[in-house]
Write a protein that binds this ligand. Structure first.
Ligand code: CTP
Ligand code: MG
Length: 205
């Protein structure tokens, strides 16, 4: 059985309002993610934190709220409302994987420099994206230790608790996160392109 947690809480400080409820073409942002997830995961195994239940003060605490309300399952995917362009295929691929910790990631495109002026070889780094998927029991038990209240993501929790490194799927140009209001232009543009591609492939069938 698969479970899904959609993170749709948080204040949107950088966006200046709760971006997850912005309306894009007659639909709130979080609902784009839900409508994709529900094609892979049964509705009773989907928890939308911030919509079904109040979220926590940090992203980690919202994940915890999600895990507390999710019915027991074998694998869980953690999705973010702020990445509304996720595809059904990407959700399926994570859930069908049997890796205990799996994430999308992309090579860096810019030069990386430390705040102290040290240059780093960007070929040694990836940008970690979400969604990510996990063995449900491992992730739940890790969170139940109460050690993880403010981590960046769950692959980090899995590594800290069990030493399990994430498996990378190297794709996700569509998975950038809406952070600032200016990102909405890109989202609108990409969403239209995604809908056109879906229609084209449907008509071509
Ligand atoms: N999120 C959440 N609970 C929180 C914080 C964030 O569910 N306490 C979710 C957001 O809804 C978003 C994702 O986690 O889908 C990524 O968070 P982020 O982009 O940082 O959103 P905010 O925390 O709301 O924005 P900001 O950091 O600018 O305040
Ligand atoms: Mg935040």
């Amino acid at each position: 059985m698969y479970g899904a947690i959609i993170l749709a809480a948080g204040q949107g400080n950088r966006f200046k309002r709760k971006k997850q409820f912005e309306i894009i073409e007659n639909k709130e942002m979080w609902k784009y993610v839900y409508d994709k997830a529900v094609q892979v995961v049964s509705p009773q195994f989907i928890v939308t934190v911030g919509v079904d239940f109040e979220g926590g003060d940090t992203r980690s605490q919202s994940v915890r709220v999600g895990l507390a309300h999710l019915e027991e399952c074998e694998r869980v995917i953690i999705l973010e409302a702020a990445r509304p362009l996720v595809t059904v295929e990407q959700i399926s691929a994570l859930l069908e994987s049997d890796e205990p910790s799996v994430t999308y990631a992309l090579p860096l495109v810019n030069t990386v420099i430390g705040r102290d002026g040290t240059f780093y070889d960007r070929s040694n780094f990836y940008d970690l994206l979400t969604p990510q998927a996990f063995d449900y029991h491992l992730l739940k038990n890790a969170y139940e230790t109460d050690k993880y209240t403010n981590t960046t993501d769950e692959t980090y929790v899995m590594f800290c608790e069990y030493g399990i490194k994430p498996h990378f799927i190297l794709e996700g140009e569509n998975l950038f996160k809406v952070t600032y209001e200016r990102d909405m232009d890109i989202i609108n543009h990409m969403l239209k392109r995604q809908e056109k591609d879906e229609n084209d492939s449907y008509n071509g069938r």
